[in-house]
Design a protein around this ligand. Structure first.
Ligand code: ADP
Length: 483
């Protein structure tokens, strides 16, 4: 089986969130099962110089974009056995910082989508399936449908599309349909890529891929409802069994407290060594050094999705009345960055706000914290809670999406469970859950049991990779007729 993963980010080259973790780990897991899985990414300026130096130039071609033909350099490297291709265009990717959020993202990713398809004969790889991820590669399916299927080389190539976050849809002006994608107006309808008068990349993937997946079973159900559907619940319901949920894993080799080079003290299961990491992090961040005080960690994008309005509501009260430290690492909306900065100024010994992206610090927070707070409003899968459990930091989550599928509430009577959770999106429910967690932390026997449960869980890709393989086989054997 031959697969090409097309995505806007992938570890260890470029990462802003969980998508990169998946692209860095799933192809590797599939290759272990005998699948020829490869990856294609844009060649961004932000990729580290030593990685760029390892890349090999293959060739350059021209990719059609309406009236233009755009330069497309093709580079390649092997990352832990996974052949990874890079699409090079200085103007779109090479000469600017940042990955998303440029005023011409529609042009940059239209180019990338076209390049993903166009390079295939030039790299001599004819995949059975192109697996696209999120809106950035959503137009691969309609482009394949319109421009390439008639060509014998592409005739049997299928497309699977995975939704990692339905909130970001890539909706742009109708103009791009003809100008950049050369798709005619038969694609511009509600059963096609039209969305509220614009063109939606996300909808391109949903409507034209042979199969659509999302990253947890619960989220696959949720997005078919009005509340979580972001305006696309109708077309997602219409997919029927062409939509399924497969929960993400984490790269347990990379996220391993026994070998993680970012940690001051590596540990297999020892709470004692874990706490040495805590005092070391307290020193690093200027917090009161005290191994007994419970430390709550938060790592992630500081956006409304992550439930930060709940935190905003009750954090002041919790800091006044309860004894704990909070370490926050993230970037995002100014309102939340400022909230944490303000509280860090007010409680310098107890709260540290690190407003940046820092992979090493993230790992030290997972390793040092006792609890990990993730009260998301919605969460397609969420990897942070699994990484936290792997490092023995007990998640406190709201029961939604992948958080529901991976975190099981601790039952102090049976000793079962790996975290704490609350159901309703309510600040006081979260506060009571945090207080319950702090109470259990004070009972060493129970706490040790809970940490053991969390750390012994299987968060690997093994099972999910099997599920993907079964799905790919099914798509290859019985491709659904496209609309
Ligand atoms: P999402 O994909 O919604 O951002 P996930 O929980 O699925 O959330 O994945 C987030 C990933 O990004 C995790 O690996 C997390 O450790 C990492 N991450 C998020 N913010 C930061 C940051 N500021 N610094 C370092 N790593 C971060």
């Amino acid at each position: 089986m031959k697969l090409l993963f097309a995505a806007a980010e992938g570890s260890p080259f470029v990462k802003t969130g969980g998508l990169a973790d998946v692209i860095g780990a799933l192809p590797k897991a599939l290759r272990k099962n005998g699948v020829d899985a490869r990856v294609v990414l844009p060649k961004y300026k932000t990729i580290a110089q030593e990685q760029v130096q390892r890349m090999q130039f293959i060739t350059h071609i021209e990719v059609p974009m309406g009236w233009r033909a755009c330069y497309c350099g093709i580079f390649m490297t092997e990352e832990e056995g996974v052949p990874t291709y890079f699409i090079d265009n200085e103007y779109f990717f090479g000469a600017r910082d940042g990955i998303y959020g440029h005023g011409d993202d529609e042009e940059r990713f239209a180019f990338f989508n076209r390049a993903v398809l166009h390079i295939l004969p030039h790299i001599g790889f004819q995949p059975d399936i192109i697996h696209s991820h999120d809106w950035h590669t959503g137009m691969v399916a309609p482009l394949l449908h319109k421009h390439y299927r008639h060509d014998p080389f592409y005739h049997s190539i299928k497309n699977v599309f995975t939704i990692h976050n339905l909130q970001y849809q890539g909706v742009f002006s109708h103009r791009i349909l003809g100008e950049l994608l050369e798709l005619d107006d038969s694609y511009f309808r509600s059963e096609g890529v039209e969305y509220k008068g614009g063109v939606s990349f996300m909808k391109g993937g949903i409507q034209y891929a042979e199969h659509v997946t999302t990253v947890s079973r619960t989220y696959a159900q949720e997005i078919q409802t009005d509340y979580f559907g972001e305006g696309l619940d109708g077309c997602l319901r219409w997919l029927g069994d062409r939509l399924s949920g497969i929960v993400n894993g984490i790269d347990q080799q990379s996220y391993n407290p026994a070998t993680d080079a970012a940690l001051a003290y590596r540990y297999r299961s020892s709470l004692n060594t874990k706490r040495q990491n805590k005092t070391e992090l307290q020193r690093e961040l200027g917090l009161e050094q005290n191994r007994r005080v419970p430390m709550i960690g938060m790592v992630g994008r500081l956006t409304a999705q992550k439930g930060l309005d709940l935190v905003e509501h009750v954090l002041g009260e919790l800091l006044e009345q309860d004894s704990f430290q909070l370490v926050v690492l993230g970037t995002g909306d100014a309102v939340y960055q400022d909230m944490f900065r303000h509280l860090a100024w007010r409680y310098p010994q107890r709260l540290s706000a690190q407003i940046r992206f820092d992979e090493g610090l993230a790992r030290r927070i997972y390793a040092s914290s006792d609890l990990f707070l993730m009260p998301s409003r919605f969460e397609p899968c969420g990897l942070s809670q699994m990484i936290a459990m792997r490092y023995g930091s007990i998640p406190i989550v709201r029961e939604t999406g992948g958080l529901s599928d991976t975190v099981h509430a601790y039952n102090e009577y049976t000793g079962e469970g790996n975290g704490f959770s609350f159901t309703h999106y309510n600040a006081h429910d979260m506060m009571h859950t945090i207080r319950r967690a702090l109470r259990i932390y004070e009972q060493p026997d129970q706490w040790e049991q809970l940490v053991r449960n969390a750390m012994s869980g299987d968060y690997s890709w093994n099972r999910s990779a099997q599920e993907y393989m079964a799905l790919y086989e099914q798509v290859i054997a019985n491709p659904t007729k496209l609309i």
